[in-house]
Write a protein that binds this ligand. Structure first.
Ligand SMILES: NC(=O)c1ccc[n+]([C@@H]2O[C@H](COP(=O)([O-])OP(=O)(O)OC[C@H]3O[C@@H](n4cnc5c(N)ncnc54)[C@H](OP(=O)(O)O)[C@@H]3O)[C@@H](O)[C@H]2O)c1
Length: 268
C-alpha cells in the first residue's frame, strides 16, 4: 500500500470520532483505518470514503499513526506492530490517545524512541467541537503543524505539559459524560414541570451550550455570570440554593478528583 498521511488502529468511540474529524478536513484517500473487528473498519471506511486495512498495513503506511485501543490493550497492539515499525526506513509519528499512559511508556512498548504525540481528545471531536490537549516528544514543529492542520476538523488543540495530561484528560475528556448526566437530570426536571421530553432536552442543552460559550469568552468569572442570572428573591437563586444544599459543587470537584486518580491507576 502507498504511504498515507493518517492511519488509525482502533476505531472505537474515540478513534472513530477522530477519524470522522480527519475525514471532514483532508482528502479521505489519505486516511486508512484498522480495527480488531475488521468489519467495523470497513463500514466506517465506506461511510467516510477512506481505506480499510489490517493493523499491520496501517502501521506500515501511515505517517501519523493513531493508536486508538484501550490503555490495557496497548501492550498487545504494540507487540503486534513493533516488527513492522522496526522495518520502516521512513520517518513516522506515533499518536497515542491512551488515557494515563505516558510517552515514556509508549516508547518502551514501541521498543524505540520514535516521535510520539500524546493526545487527550473528547467525544465532541466527532462534530468538530472537541478539545484535544496534547504533548509531544521527538516530533518536529512542522510535523505538529501538519498534524494539527490535518486534524483541525476535531476542534480546539491545546498544548499541555505532560505532567498535567491526566488532569487535562479528566476536565476535557470526562466532563462531556458528567455534562450528559447533568443534562439528562435537567431534562427530567423540565418533564416534571410539564415540558415534553424533547422540549426539555433541547432547552437544557441550548442553555448549557450558551452558558459554556459565555464562560469561554473569558471576560467574566463564572461566579459573576451566575450572579447576573440570579435576581434578588427570584427563582434562579432558589434553584442555586437547592444545588448548594446538595453539595453540587463539592460533588463536581470530587468527580474530577476521583476520575483523575483512576486515570493514573489505569495508566500504570
Ligand atoms: N472515550 C473517550 O471519551 C476517550 C477520551 C480520551 C481518551 N480515550 C482513549 O481512547 C482510547 C480508546 O478508547 P475508546 O473509548 O474509543 O475504546 P473502544 O470504544 O473500546 O475502542 C477501542 C477499539 O480498539 C479496537 N482494538 C482493540 N485491540 C485492537 C488491536 N489489537 N488492533 C486493532 N484494533 C483493536 C477495538 O476493536 P473491536 O471493535 O474489536 O472491539 C475497538 O474498536 C483509549 O486508550 C482511551 O483511553 C477515550
Amino acid at each position: 500500500m502507498e504511504k498515507k498521511l493518517l492511519g488509525f488502529i482502533g476505531i472505537g468511540n474515540m478513534g472513530g470520532a477522530l477519524a470522522r474529524a480527519a475525514a471532514a478536513g483532508i482528502e479521505p484517500g489519505q486516511i486508512v483505518l484498522a480495527n480488531r473487528t475488521q468489519e467495523r473498519a470497513e463500514a466506517l471506511a465506506q461511510e467516510l470514503g477512506c481505506l480499510a486495512a489490517s493493523a499491520e498495513d496501517t502501521a506500515r503506511c501511515a505517517r501519523f499513526l493513531f493508536l486508538g485501543v484501550k490503555p490495557h490493550a496497548m501492550g498487545d497492539l504494540m507487540r503486534q506492530i513493533v516488527p513492522i515499525l522496526r522495518a520502516r526506513h521512513d520517518r513516522f509519528v506515533l499518536v497515542s490517545m491512551a488515557a494515563g499512559v505516558p510517552i515514556a511508556r509508549i516508547r518502551q512498548l514501541a521498543n524505540g524512541d520514535y516521535p510520539v504525540v500524546r493526545i487527550c481528545p473528547n467525544t465532541p471531536v466527532s462534530i468538530g467541537r472537541g478539545l484535544v490537549t496534547w504533548c509531544a516528544e521527538g516530533a518536529r514543529q512542522e510535523e505538529m503543524a501538519e498534524l494539527m492542520d490535518a486534524m483541525a476538523g476535531a476542534g480546539l488543540w491545546d498544548e499541555c505539559r505532560e505532567e498535567l495530561m491526566d488532569a487535562a484528560s479528566v476536565v476535557g475528556g470526562c466532563v462531556p459524560a458528567f455534562t450528559f448526566l447533568f443534562l439528562e437530570a435537567l431534562a427530567d426536571g423540565g418533564v416534571r414541570c410539564g415540558l415534553s421530553r424533547e422540549q426539555a432536552l433541547t432547552y437544557a442543552a441550548a442553555a448549557v451550550e450558551g452558558a459554556a460559550a459565555l464562560a469561554l469568552r473569558g471576560e467574566e468569572h463564572p461566579g459573576a455570570l451566575k450572579d447576573a442570572v440570579c435576581s434578588p428573591g427570584g427563582s434562579t437563586i432558589v434553584g442555586v440554593n437547592e444545588l448548594e444544599n446538595r453539595a453540587f459543587r463539592a460533588a463536581a470537584m470530587n468527580a474530577v478528583a476521583a476520575a483523575w486518580k483512576r486515570t493514573a491507576e489505569l495508566g500504570r
